[in-house]
Structure formats: C-alpha cells, structure tokens
Design a binder for this molecule. Structure first.
Ligand SMILES: [Zn+2]
Length: 228
C-alpha cells in the first residue's frame, strides 16, 4: 500500500521546487514589468526583431503572427509559425525584443535540427498522454492493488519527466542564441543586453522549477511504491 503522506526525500524536492517555482514566477513578472518599461535605443519592435533573425537564417517562410494573451509567446513547430503576444509583438522595449529573439531562437533550432529540440518534439505526444493518464493509472494501481497499472503510470511519468529535462537545454540554448544575435547584430546596446539576460534567465528558472517538481514527484512515487 502506498501512503500518500509517505515522508521520503522526494517530498523535500517537491517542496524545494514549489519555492523555486514561486520565486521564479514572481521574478518573471517583476523583470517583465520592469524591462517592458525600458525602451531600446534602436526602437525595433519584437516583431521586427524576430523577422530580422528569421530572415538572417533564411527562414523568410516562417510568419511572425500576433497571438492573444499575456506572455503567450511561442514558436509553433507544426504550423511553422512564430506567435508573439501583443505586448511583445508591437512593443519595442528591452523585454519585448528579448522575448521575441528567444522565440525566434526556437525556430532556428527547428530549422537547424538542434538535437534536444528534435528529442523534445518526439516526446510531446508521450508527455501529453502521460499527463492525462498518470492519475487514473497510478490511483488505479494504488487502490485496486494492480501493480502493472502502477508501473505503466510510473513509466509514462518518466517520459513526461524526460520531456521536462530535455526542455532545459532547448530553453537555455534559445536564450543564448537570442543574446548572441542581439549583441552581434547591434540590435541593442550592451546595457540593454543586461536587461534581456535578466528577463530570459527568470523565464528559464520556471522551467528548472517545473523539472525539479517532476523529479521530486517521480522520486516520491518510486520510494513510496517500494514500500508496498
Ligand atoms: Zn522558449
């Protein structure tokens, strides 16, 4: 039998991840608010910045579109489109330019078949299935004492965890591509680049927290399951 309140090291990881996650989210909001109020000297918008990066890699076929919501910016590999939230799309702040460049970095990863990006794409369906089936399988395994259900749940959970871990190099790489491009192209000054780094580092920390939380849950699950 698994005890839900099983005190094992996994629980400590989960708590640490929750704290890091909360700090990271407030840092994301804080740095975004701060640096969306700082205009860049050159005055390029996020959309213009992304367009320039894409064009410089011969990716004129990838459109830069505007999407609803706050910080909903993403690159959609299936549609082959870059979608920027309104504030980033038309904003010319340090935050807008940095986020737009980061998202363009994902499109470049896709075009250049960057290894971790490719692995992450292959894991998307498994991770989605894992997150939907996880609780039914594991709860079924626990309450009906069906060991195979429990292990299938744990395996799916492992795939979802792998997805979150491989997300880390993908995110850090997109940010470093963004910084290198902005620096070399002279799109922004070195002082403004410090702001870009802060915004992108804060965002990266949320991914680290998410991966750590999943790792903690996995450790907890395996250790708690072993006690049956
Ligand atoms: Zn990203």
């Amino acid at each position: 039998m698994i005890y839900f309140f099983d005190m094992n090291p996994g629980l400590l990881l989960i708590i640490a991840a929750m704290v890091i996650g909360m700090v990271a989210r407030s840092k994301v909001n804080g740095t975004y608010r701060r640096y969306s109020a700082v205009a860049t000297g050159r005055g390029l918008t996020g959309a213009q910045t992304a367009r320039r990066i894409l064009d410089s890699y011969g990716l004129a076929n990838i459109p830069v579109e505007q999407v609803q919501g706050h910080l909903t910016d993403h690159y959609d590999p299936r549609a082959g489109a870059l979608r920027l939230s309104q504030g980033v799309y038309s904003g010319s702040s340090v935050a807008a330019v940095g986020i737009a460049a980061h998202e363009a970095g994902h499109a470049v990863q896709d075009a250049m078949a960057y290894g971790p990006f490719k692995i992450r794409q292959r894991l998307v369906p498994v991770a989605q299935l894992g997150s939907q089936m996880l609780f039914p399988l594991i709860l079924g395994g626990i309450f009906f004492q069906i060991t195979s259900l429990y292990y299938i749940g744990a395996a799916l959970y492992g795939a979802a965890l792998l997805f979150q871990i491989v997300t880390l190099p993908v995110e850090f790489n997109a940010s470093s591509r963004a910084v290198v491009y902005l620096e070399q192209s002279g799109s922004i000054s070195s002082g403004e680049l410090t702001g870009v780094r802060k915004v992108l580092n804060a965002a990266a920390m949320t991914y680290v927290a998410a991966a750590l939380a999943s790792l903690g849950q996995m450790v907890w699950l395996l250790l708690a399951g072993r006690r049956r």
